[in-house]
Write a new protein. Structure first.
Length: 337
């Protein structure tokens, strides 16, 4: 892998080329965007990890192909820049989305290191694609319909304490979580540590879906629970979806409620619950919570007690109580999002 290189002088139009950072989605052509297919079609050179090259084999006949291994991300970016400065159009492909654990970041790092600026003749276009969390979620139901995040368990470039702090924080905050790069032949303990951290905050029976090779030939889906997650068959081609405290699995579908039942009686035709108003913030939303907080403080609860009760930092509670506020209602026409 080239850690450094001498910047090549930029060619001037019409000879300068273009780098197209193409997200090919989960890997099946029917789930690739039209722009992604068009970008590959117009490219002179296609660069990518060997597995990704195989996924687009039907689209790259007759083109110059540069195959790289899993750990040669910077080499891929350098090759793309060299080809573009030689006047070629380059499709640098990533599975999923190029900006989600893909080639967009490393490519910009290499570009800036080379002295490239957006004013240079070499153009750069990012072409989005469905990331693994989108494709895996679509296969298992609707697990991402409330707040969620993605965390990679790969410690090849990120210190483990950093990863562990992120896992602990999102587990406590009750996010639905998509774990990328959960396990490999050499990295087998990371998923166990992730499970240990989540079990500090989540029920053992929290639903988990493990999706391998979504929309590819060897696709496999397993539903399990948090306490059994690490015992399941998991590899580098797997994405692990961990539900939040409200996520459930029914009839083979994993669903995270959006929260409508907090405001509406779902068994009574969606009638608004007592104390709630359609189109307005939840009674336990910010304004309602502030009112409760003020009442608890007036009743003698200390800042530390309130912080523990609401599982929030004491300094945040203190600053919030000190901030002047009123019970203004939400504006007319406010949506349910």
């Amino acid at each position: 892998m080239n850690d450094s290189f001498e910047p090549q002088p930029a060619l001037q139009p019409p000879f300068a080329g273009k780098i197209m950072l193409v997200g090919i989605g989960p890997g099946s052509v029917e789930h690739m965007t039209g722009r992604a297919r068009a970008a590959i079609a117009e490219a002179d050179v296609v660069i990518g990890y060997v597995t990704y090259i195989k996924l687009v084999a039907d689209l790259i006949e007759g083109k110059e192909i540069i195959r790289k291994s899993m750990t040669e991300e910077l080499d891929r970016a350098v090759s793309a820049l060299e080809a573009a400065r030689a006047g070629k159009k380059v499709a640098l492909i990533s599975s999923g989305d190029a900006g989600v654990y893909g080639m967009a970041g490393p490519t910009y790092e290499v570009l800036f290191q080379s002295g490239w600026t957006p004013d240079e003749a070499v153009q750069v276009e990012i072409i989005p694609g469905a990331s693994a969390l989108n494709s895996c979620a679509a296969l298992v139901g609707a697990p991402l319909t409330h707040d969620f995040c993605a965390i990679s368990l790969s410690d090849l470039l990120t210190p483990w304490p950093t990863i562990a702090r992120r896992l602990d924080a999102v587990a406590m905050a009750d996010f639905v979580v998509a774990l990328y790069n959960p396990k490999s032949g050499r990295r087998t303990r990371q998923i166990v540590e992730a499970q240990r951290l989540f079990l500090r905050h989540r029920r053992a029976d929290t639903p988990v879906a493990i999706v391998k090779s979504a929309y590819r030939r060897r696709e496999n889906i397993v539903f399990t629970t948090l306490d059994r997650m690490a015992d399941a068959e998991i590899g580098m081609l797997s994405t692990v979806l961990i539900g939040n405290s409200n996520t459930f699995v029914r009839n083979g579908l994993m669903v995270t409620p959006r929260g409508y039942a907090n405001k509406y009686d779902m068994e009574e035709g969606g009638a608004t619950r007592d104390g709630e108003r359609a189109g307005r913030s939840l009674s336990t939303g910010l304004l309602g919570w502030l009112e409760t907080l003020q009442a608890e403080r007036a009743a003698g609860a200390s800042v530390d007690i309130l912080a523990a009760r609401h599982r929030l930092p004491a300094d945040y509670i203190r600053d919030t109580l000190a901030e002047p506020w009123n019970d203004e209602v939400a504006t007319e026409g406010e949506g349910e999002a």
